[in-house]
Design a protein around this ligand. Structure first.
Ligand code: NAD
Ligand code: MG
Length: 299
């Protein structure tokens, strides 16, 4: 976590960590507080300005990485926030809850497995009841397991990756639709992998393509109902996903250095985009993809 002023004009190539990463590995799901360096999710830097006053947000994958950056920013912008994560990530989730509460906002913790259809509905119902409403869905959770070739991808891995990355969107959004008022916003999380897929990520990359298409079609269905749907497509961002099998170990030191900006991104560099897409400032924006890629662009 850096202490820097993210609002000051400065050179983006050196603004955040830009050395090599040390090799490190954790079992999935990796715990953010055990990473070296710890990803910057805006804990000490993101400042809000009431863009989401009174709003009620559910953020999946909200314990760490990009989802954590969104959850912290939403709370600083005045929203009450429920986060979902896996039970093994309780310690990361509690750190986020403490930050949300220190902003004077309501924090709701909903651990559970998104590959379980029934849990998705349970999560949405609980978020709605405990927040007293629901008008932002930031669907950020995802599974990424690098594998050396299609012959080494098991049916179980293929199925889980699709269940967590794609089916959970389908289940969560179906469960949430009756709660979402006009003005609500749904944000899904694709990847540059959906546009420029790597050989080692056939399963993951194809889910990210599916997320984009799913979200664009949904945006067209929901636009007349006053609900917007947009897609964030990150490039290489330093998060727990990368140290528990998302990248091959040998590739970790150079992670992100093949971008034009020459370094990996930090989750806080996506905070304002998740806020913009959730807020009324993006009232004429729906069915769009926003890349945050360090210059390798989507598509
Ligand atoms: P992360 O590990 O911090 O977040 C992923 C989260 O997914 C975990 O915290 C976990 O809570 C959740 N998750 C995984 N399996 C789950 C399950 N079965 N049930 C419930 N929750 C589950 O890593 P991140 O990089 O911040 O990932 C967030 C999103 O960003 C993912 O969708 C990922 O595909 C996407 N993304 C990340 C990058 C990157 O370089 N980090 C690039 C493109 C896209
Ligand atoms: Mg996590």
């Amino acid at each position: 976590m850096s202490q820097q002023d993210i609002y000051k004009m400065q050179d983006p190539t050196t603004e955040f960590y830009h050395d090599k990463f040390s090799k490190q590995s954790q079992p999935a799901p990796a715990i953010q507080s055990k990473m070296q360096p710890i990803p910057d999710c805006g804990e000490t830097s993101y400042k809000g300005s009431n863009k989401l006053a009174g709003r009620k947000a559910l953020v999946t994958g909200g314990d760490s990485g990009i989802g954590r950056a969104a959850a912290i920013a939403y709370a600083r912008e005045g929203a009450d926030v429920a986060i979902n994560y896996l039970p093994a990530e309780q310690s990361d989730a509690e750190e986020v809850a403490n930050i949300i509460k220190s902003e004077g906002r309501n924090a709701v913790l909903i651990p559970g497995d998104l590959s379980d259809e029934g849990f998705n509905k349970q999560m949405v119902d609980e978020a709605y009841q405990k927040l007293g409403g629901l008008d932002i869905l930031a669907l950020v959770a995802g599974k990424q397991q690098a594998t050396d070739g299609i012959l080494n991808i098991s049916t179980e891995q293929m199925r889980k990756t699709y269940e967590i990355n794609v089916f959970s969107l389908f289940w969560t959004i179906k469960a949430a639709l009756s709660y979402l008022p006009k003005g609500a916003s749904i944000i899904t999380t694709s990847s540059i992998q959906g546009y420029q897929p790597s050989a080692i990520l056939i399963d993951y990359a194809s889910t990210k393509g599916a997320i984009t298409t799913f979200s664009k079609a949904l945006a067209k269905e929901l636009a007349p109902k006053g609900i917007r749907v947009n897609i964030v497509a990150p490039g290489p961002i330093w998060t727990p996903l990368q140290v528990c099998g998302g990248q091959l170990q040998e590739d970790l030191p150079e992670f992100g250095t093949d971008t034009p900006l020459g370094r990996a991104g930090q989750p806080v560099e996506l905070s304002s985009l998740y806020v913009f897409l959730a807020s009324q400032e993006s009232s004429y924006v729906t069915a769009e993809v926003f890349g945050v890629t360090g210059g390798n662009h989507c598509p």
